[in-house]
Ligand binder design. Structure first.
Ligand SMILES: *Cc1c(COP(=O)(O)O)cnc(C)c1O
Length: 234
């Protein structure tokens, strides 16, 4: 029998707490990644105490945000960003984790409604430095961070990465260590006030916590496997 949502939620919280204790780190926040899962599942998890949810596609998120408008959920956008499709994201989310270029940052800034607080932003870093993958290259992070930091309607909070999947803890830790070092450099050299390292998912949250994650993004370990047509996870 598969675990109930209540059981998998308790299991994920236990994994986070155990890793935090083992590596002597503060326990990171849990972002529940609800893409491809139903509004009923989100409502149920909210009822168990979860407040932060992540979505990857506006097309899919729109109906969920509308249906769940009665709940005090903090919505995080973690998916791919097309420059001509940023407006609803600037209008409906509190966080965006996947900013990776100037044009997208500028548009989110310009489109953030004036009555809302600045949009919290993380820069997605291409830690594997693969041309086919999303994210700003590590060597260009400093420049993009300065630029985003100067945009008044965005609040730069930190860095995010989505590394290639590997099975061993030691190799999983490498890209996370690199992201943490980049963040430390932005704080020390550029004086940026960053407090968020968005790293770690269902399969590698322990490795991310070992390297100082402040927010893990967990989908399948909470909600179960996503439907098979989910070929493009971002
Ligand atoms: C889907 C997704 C996740 C969650 O992945 P799981 O392996 O299901 O935990 C986290 N981050 C991003 C950016 C994603 O697209």
């Amino acid at each position: 029998m598969p675990l109930s949502l209540d059981q998998s939620y308790q299991q994920v919280i236990a994994r986070i707490q155990q890793a935090a204790a083992q590596y002597q780190r503060p326990a990171p926040q849990l972002l529940a990644v609800s893409k491809k899962h139903s509004t009923e599942a989100i409502r149920q998890l909210h009822g168990l105490g979860q407040r932060q949810f992540g979505e990857s596609y506006w097309q899919e998120a729109e109906a969920k945000l509308t249906t769940l408008a009665d709940l005090p959920i903090e919505w995080h956008y973690i998916g791919p960003l097309q420059a001509n499709k940023t407006r609803p994201i600037a209008e409906h989310f509190q966080w965006v984790h996947s900013v990776d270029r100037e044009k997208v940052a500028q548009r989110l800034n310009d489109q953030r409604p004036p009555e809302l607080p600045p949009l919290n932003v993380c820069l997605q870093v291409n830690v594997d430095a693969e041309a086919s993958k999303a994210g700003v290259m590590p060597a260009q992070v400093g420049e993009l961070a300065e630029l985003v930091n100067a945009l008044p309607r965005l609040r730069l909070r930190g860095l995010m990465c989505l590394p290639r999947n590997t099975p061993s803890l030691a190799t999983q830790r490498q890209p996370f260590r690199m992201l943490a070092a980049l963040q430390a450099q932005l704080i020390a050299a550029d004086g940026l006030e960053l407090d968020t390292l968005s790293m770690g998912m269902s399969n590698d949250l322990e490795a991310a916590i070992a390297e100082g994650s402040t927010l893990v993004r967990v989908g399948s370990a909470l909600f179960g496997e996503r439907p098979k047509n989910d070929t493009k996870l971002s």
